[in-house]
Design a binder for this molecule. Structure first.
Ligand SMILES: NC(=O)C1=CN([C@@H]2O[C@H](COP(=O)(O)OP(=O)(O)OC[C@H]3O[C@@H](n4cnc5c(N)ncnc54)[C@H](OP(=O)(O)O)[C@@H]3O)[C@@H](O)[C@H]2O)C=CC1
Ligand SMILES: CC(=O)N[C@@H](CCC(=O)OP(=O)(O)O)C(=O)O
Length: 317
């Protein structure tokens, strides 16, 4: 296992996921945080903005060429969708062997990029230095369906409810606490990006209906699956244990998990496992913290594997 220090920079470090990554990197024995980029916080101390961070590092407003000129070994892009390409192009020119992990949806459909949902795609990594990190709901949806994929009689239907940190910091109805008060806000009820993403990477069509709720962090995905033949509840539960008992970041439990229990945790909880009396309909519930296993923690798993250290380094498991 490598103990070499790797120089890492975060672009979009002011955001919700950027802040979580800063905390994870700060406790990592093989990563040295060399730059954090934000236009709005340019010049401010990270320690004044990220509770728990110590040191004198300051945010800098860096354009794509300036990011590439830092010469980091690892760059994480934590930008809104549609913004990654100029940074990737600049790094491709200046230092193409840089490991880039993109948190946005921009490269999740690009065959040249490895799609890093380790519990499902670990064996597909071929040393790519371009890694696209899955979406938060898409992670929960895929982990909920994968163990039953061969049994499906119809596209599974996932009902998702996310805390509003999932909508980032750019003001919108979906992260406005006033509009969300006492409310549940449905959106993108067909064709959401994560519906396409989960369908593509699972290899089966999935239907997904997202909602935002007034809590800040953590999401629930409740998935309905019609099966081609009757299956006993015990066999369903055994399939999930078989798939995930070796996984430190996927916990299978009997009861349906509650989102209130998953905030600030790094793993996914999967449970519930309700089976209809004819054995041909199953409902599975998954929760995860959208900022952690849905974003920063999953990025850290991907970085760890790519730099050759234990996958769970710096991740409290
Ligand atoms: N929030 C979540 O639960 C999840 C988010 N993601 C994805 O991760 C990415 C980051 O999400 P999140 O942290 O929530 O986003 P935020 O909106 O919280 O943060 C976005 C960051 O990008 C910077 N930024 C915004 N616009 C630009 C621009 N045009 N050029 C350069 N920098 C810009 C902002 O800083 P400044 O304006 O100061 O430069 C900020 O640091 C997104 O692609 C999101 O879809 C993935 C999984 C879960
Ligand atoms: C509540 C909310 O708005 N959530 C975001 C998902 C956040 C995420 O995982 O983002 P990307 O796939 O864009 O990277 C959404 O539905 O677009």
């Amino acid at each position: 296992m490598s103990t070499t220090q790797h120089r890492i920079g975060i672009v979009g470090a002011r955001g919700h996921t950027g802040a979580e990554l800063i905390r994870l990197v700060a406790s990592h024995p093989a990563l040295e945080l060399v730059f954090v980029s934000s236009r709005e916080l340019d010049g401010q101390r990270v320690a004044d903005n990220v509770p728990g961070f110590e040191g004198e590092l300051r945010y800098a407003s860096l354009d794509p060429e300036a990011v590439a000129a830092q010469g980091a070994d690892v760059v994480v892009l934590a930008l809104p969708n549609g913004k990654a390409a100029p940074y990737v192009e600049a790094i491709d020119k200046a230092k193409p062997d840089t490991l880039i992990v993109d948190l946005s949806a921009d490269y999740r459909f690009d065959e040249r990029w490895y799609y890093g949902l380790p519990e499902l795609t670990r064996q597909r990594w071929r040393g790519e230095k371009r890694i696209s990190n899955p979406g938060c709901y898409a992670t929960a949806v895929q982990l909920s369906i994968a163990p039953l994929k061969d049994l499906l009689a119809a596209p599974p239907v996932s009902f998702g409810v996310s805390g509003y940190s999932g909508a980032g910091t750019t003001p919108s109805d979906r992260n406005d606490p006033e509009k969300l008060r006492d409310n549940l806000m449905p959106y993108s009820l067909t064709g959401h990006m994560h519906e396409k993403e989960a369908s593509r990477h699972l290899g089966v069509p999935v239907e997904f209906m997202p909602h935002v709720a007034p809590h800040f962090r953590g999401l629930t995905v409740t998935t309905n699956l019609y099966l081609a033949r009757p299956v006993k509840r015990e066999d369903i539960v055994n399939r999930f244990h078989g798939a995930y008992d070796g996984e430190k970041l996927v916990h299978v439990q009997d009861e349906a998990p509650w989102v209130s229990q998953i905030a600030h945790k790094h793993h996914v909880d999967i449970g519930g496992f309700a089976v209809s009396s004819d054995g041909k309909r199953v409902v599975v519930v998954a929760t995860l913290d959208n900022l952690l296993k849905g974003a920063a923690t999953q990025a850290m798993q991907n970085i760890n594997r790519a730099i050759g250290v234990d996958e769970y380094t710096a991740i409290p498991v």
